[in-house]
Design a binder for this molecule. Structure first.
Ligand code: NZQ
Ligand code: ZN
Length: 384
């Protein structure tokens, strides 16, 4: 096992009715800025529950953070927060509102152009504290230090990490996720599943506990996925999916193991260039990444075939083929397409390897051997 440090400071408040607990979680002596998205919280009762819990606190609102949060919108919130001397941020929504909030938290005290935090990896020395009410299980952003932000002007989608932007608390009430439509529900399952694969399908470092933790999340998602599509208002199923998504990217299964974020990095470029949902990109790219990198990932792919898909047989190559096919079929069974052709995307893919090189993302892969030509191969496999 590799050396590691692990700390996850986010307090999780999980369960039915947990939004009411905001009343005790929100600091009383601070000026709060409550941030939200395009209005789903006003339609599903979450906004009213938050208003009730915030009664008696000093707060302002900022709505309109879009899916794949935009730098341009976040800067308007930064301006407001600076002007009003806000000193605590509350995100109410999915991963996009939360990622936007994290960026705003880092940008408010930042001297200089905040975009440097993403584009030049400028260090975040200070950030406003933040908390969240999560309405969409997918990203794991509720208990990690990552944020992904897009910029219209330059057509970029970039990520940053800072230990200072972990939410202080994350309120997770699965009951509020029943209003997610089939597309967002499936997206969330695919995203969480992909997060586990990025940390699990690398090479063996003799870390059986982390391997089994990863497998537990994958198996649970495979079990619960069809159930939630059949019965979208089943609280227990929603709860299981929500807890899986948090555990998929809260740092625990990453302890002491190699990681490979190739699929995510290619996916972010596909979103920036073609506007696909984050999880739609992952369902397309992951099978292709595994097919192209099957030699690098051979041992773990075999383990995945046997332990997650219960495959048996003597031919390692056939087991790996079947495991990749099963993965792809799982995404399809959730209604998420797995080829670029299915989205009508044919042209312009050659820009992606170069963009990844220019934004400093290459080489990728757990062995650092995914260069421009490998990315090109993966994209060719995604095409049709
Ligand atoms: O805008 P609102 O009105 O909030 O509506 C949203 C949005 O239209 C809607 N929604 C959210 N909760 C709902 C709901 N609709 C009905 N009922 C509810 N309870 O769903 C739509 C999608 O929301 P969004 O927040 O964009 O989805 P998600 O949580 O999947 O976040 C995706 C973003 O997270 C980034 C992605 O790149 C993408 O920008 N990621 C962040 C990561 C992180 N911080 O760790 C890791 C991930 O790999 C990912 O890259
Ligand atoms: Zn993701």
């Amino acid at each position: 096992m590799q050396n590691f440090r692990f700390s996850n400071p986010t307090e999780i408040v999980f369960g039915r009715g947990s939004i009411a607990e905001l009343a005790t979680l929100i600091p009383r002596n601070k000026k709060i800025l409550m941030l939200y998205g395009s209005g789903s919280i006003k339609r599903n009762g979450v906004y009213d529950q938050v208003m009730e819990a915030l009664r008696g606190t000093d707060f302002l609102e900022f709505g309109g953070i879009e899916p794949n949060p935009r730098h341009e919108t976040c800067m308007k919130a930064v301006e407001l927060a600076r002007k009003e001397k806000v000193d605590f941020l509350l995100s109410v929504g999915g991963g996009s509102v939360l990622d936007g909030t994290k960026y705003i938290a880092a940008a408010v005290p930042f001297a200089g152009d905040p975009w440097d935090i993403l584009a030049r990896k400028a260090t975040v020395n200070e950030a406003l504290p933040l908390g969240c009410v999560l309405t969409l299980p997918a990203t794991g952003s509720e208990s990690n230090g990552f944020s992904v932000v897009s910029r219209d002007a330059t057509n970029e989608k970039l990520a940053f990490y800072s230990p200072l932007v972990y939410p202080k608390f994350a309120v997770l009430d699965p009951a509020v996720t029943v209003t997610l439509d089939a597309r967002q529900t499936a997206n969330g399952i695919v995203d969480a599943y992909a997060h586990v694969l990025e940390q699990y399908l690398t090479y063996d470092v003799n870390a059986p506990l982390q391997d089994r933790q990863a497998e537990a999340i994958l198996l649970t998602l495979i079990e619960e996925g069809p159930k939630v599509l059949a019965k979208p208002d089943d609280y227990d199923v929603r709860a299981n999916i929500m807890w899986c998504a948090t555990n998929a990217l809260n740092g625990l299964i990453a302890c002491g193991v190699p990681q490979d974020w190739t699929t995510h990095m290619i996916g972010h470029e596909l979103t920036a260039l073609y506007g696909l949902d984050h999880a739609q990109t992952l369902a397309v790219v992951f099978p292709a990444t595994l097919r192209r990198l099957r030699a690098n990932k051979r041992e773990k792919l075999l383990r995945y075939a046997r332990r997650v898909w219960n495959l048996t047989g003597d031919s390692p190559d056939s087991l790996i083929d079947q495991a990749i096919d099963r993965t792809e079929n799982f995404f399809r069974s959730l209604g998420v397409k797995t080829r670029l052709e299915a989205y009508g995307i044919r042209d312009g893919l050659e820009r992606i390897p170069e963009r990844l090189k220019n934004n400093g993302s290459l080489p990728l892969g757990e062995r650092g051997d995914v260069d421009e030509s490998v990315v090109r191969d993966i994209l060719n496999l995604c095409a049709v």
